[in-house]
Each structure stands twice: as structure tokens, then as C-alpha cells.
Design a protein around this ligand. Structure first.
Ligand SMILES: C[S@@+](CC[C@H](N)C(=O)[O-])C[C@H]1O[C@@H](n2cnc3c(N)ncnc32)[C@H](O)[C@@H]1O
Length: 254
């Protein structure tokens, strides 16, 4: 039966790859890459560079397909994302059927850790449940952008014995700083939702392009640094054509 590895490749630094990830990469016959358009060509290039650096086994193939796109500001977010998953599942189903022999091993390179804000597991599970192409799959964890952020700022994501919440910019903007936690990690925030918080007791630890040569970090009291981040972010995004940033908001506790 076909076997597929969903391999976490870390958040941008090729040295994020674990020994387990490198060992699995070297078992793969066909790698499946999704092309997200010219602006995000760097992300495909980063994956190809990882293969060139770590795969010693000759004769592997790379199959690249144009990724399914989605509306970034939909009226119905849940329905739009479900439909996007469905179209991505169609893509993988077709690639596994047409490009992966019955006894071959496939590989999908997942940014950061596939278990965190990444739809690959859900999409591949959907393909498996369809039952049209028999295969089994294994998830190989990776270093997430959250780990990379905390390590870069030489902090942990939680305070002693306290919970931490990981959420999206969309939710932070809609709901504000969540109740019951002192630490909030925010991902997928194109709108700088932290600028809507007005609380002098919060610190921010921000990082963009973590682990890459373009990495930018900034930290300090939110009231002092919040207004510096949006222009910095906009300039970086204009220069590179894309940006990925993450931040930790920490309520200072006595
Ligand atoms: C679709 S999620 C994927 C997260 C990924 N699975 C992980 O483990 O980090 C994309 C979001 O992850 C964050 N992210 C990923 N890589 C990053 C990096 N190198 N620097 C900063 N943030 C990053 C950003 O918040 C971005 O919007």
C-alpha cells in the first residue's frame, strides 16, 4: 500500500529539521509540493533547498501542483475554509492516484509543525476517508514558529504554572485579550490585531520570518512598541512580497 509522510520542516531555518524528519525524507520516492504563486515562490524554494541539502537517496521525484486558492476575507469563514480543504483534498487525491505507485512512499513538507494551524492533516485525512486511493500516512512533528519565536526571545510561552492560549489575529480582533490566561500567542494576523488592545500591562514579543536571514524581532511594552510594528511589517512585506509573523502577548503578573 502507498505510504505518505507529512513531515514538519520547521519554520524557516533548515537546521530546524529533526533527525526523524531527515530520516523520513530519505525514504520518500515522490515529494508533493504546492505552488502558491509567484509572491510565495520563496516557500517552494525553501522546500526544494531542504531536499537538496538533506536527501542523499538518488532518484526521488518532485511533483509540483498549483495550490487551491481561497477568499482571504470571506463572509462565511467556516464554509469557505471547508470548501478550500475540499479542493486541496481533490488535488492530493489526484496526485496520489496519478503520481504515486501502489507500493511507493510519498512526502508532503509541512511548514513548522503540521499539528499547529496547518490543514494538511485534515486534508490528507479527508483524502483517506474518500477511499478512492488506498494509502496510509504518518505525521512527523516539526519545530513550530511558536517555538522559534519563544526561543528567539529567550522566553517560554507560559509563565510558571499558568495556561497559555494560541489563537488567530481574527479572533483577537473580534474578542480582545482572552479571559483566564496571561499569555496569548497570536498567529495568522495580517491586520496587526494587537493595535486594538489598550492595556498598559501587556508586553509583546514579535517576530517575522523567524529562522530565516530576513528575521525581524521586536519586544517591549505593547503601549511603547505597538505602533512601530505595522510600518515595519508593511515595508518588509512590500520588499519580499509576503510575510509571516507571530507574536506573544504577555500580561505582566506581580
Ligand atoms: C498556516 S500557519 C502555519 C504554522 C506552522 N504550522 C507552524 O508550526 O508554525 C502560518 C502562520 O504561522 C506563523 N509563522 C510561520 N512561520 C513563521 C516564521 N518563520 N516567522 C514568523 N511567523 C511564522 C505566522 O503566524 C503565519 O501566519
Amino acid at each position: 500500500m502507498r505510504k505518505v509522510y507529512l513531515i514538519g520542516i520547521g519554520a524557516g531555518d533548515p537546521e530546524h529539521l529533526t533527525v526523524q524528519a531527515i530520516n523520513r525524507l530519505n525514504e520518500v520516492d515522490v515529494f508533493f509540493l504546492l505552488d502558491k504563486g509567484d509572491a510565495k515562490k520563496d516557500l517552494v524554494d525553501a522546500r526544494r533547498a531542504i531536499l537538496e541539502r538533506y536527501v542523499e537517496r538518488p532518484g526521488y521525484r518532485v511533483v509540483q501542483a498549483v495550490d487551491a486558492d481561497r477568499d482571504r476575507a470571506p463572509a462565511d469563514y467556516v464554509a469557505t475554509v471547508a470548501e478550500w480543504h475540499h479542493r486541496r483534498a481533490d488535488l492530493y487525491e489526484r496526485m496520489f492516484r496519478d503520481e504515486l505507485a501502489d507500493d511507493a512512499v510519498g512526502g508532503v513538507l509541512c511548514w513548522g509543525d503540521p499539528t499547529l494551524y496547518d490543514n494538511t492533516i485534515a486534508v490528507i485525512e479527508q483524502v483517506k476517508r474518500r477511499g478512492t486511493v488506498p494509502f496510509d500516512y504518518t505525521v512527523v512533528p516539526g519545530i513550530s514558529s511558536v517555538s522559534a519565536l519563544a526561543a528567539r526571545h529567550r522566553t517560554s510561552v507560559n509563565q510558571i504554572g499558568r495556561p497559555v492560549q494560541i489563537t488567530t489575529g481574527r479572533r483577537l480582533a473580534a474578542e480582545g485579550f482572552p479571559d483566564g490566561v496571561d499569555d496569548v500567542v497570536v498567529m495568522l494576523d495580517a491586520q496587526c490585531a494587537f493595535t486594538g488592545l489598550d492595556d498598559p500591562g501587556i508586553d509583546i514579543y514579535w517576530g517575522a520570518y523567524l529562522g530565516t536571514p530576513d528575521e525581524i524581532t521586536l519586544a517591549g511594552p505593547l503601549a511603547e512598541v505597538a505602533e512601530r510594528i505595522p510600518p515595519l511589517r508593511a515595508q518588509a512585506r512590500a520588499r519580499k512580497g509576503w510575510i509571516m509573523d507571530t507574536y506573544l502577548l504577555r500580561r505582566r503578573t506581580p
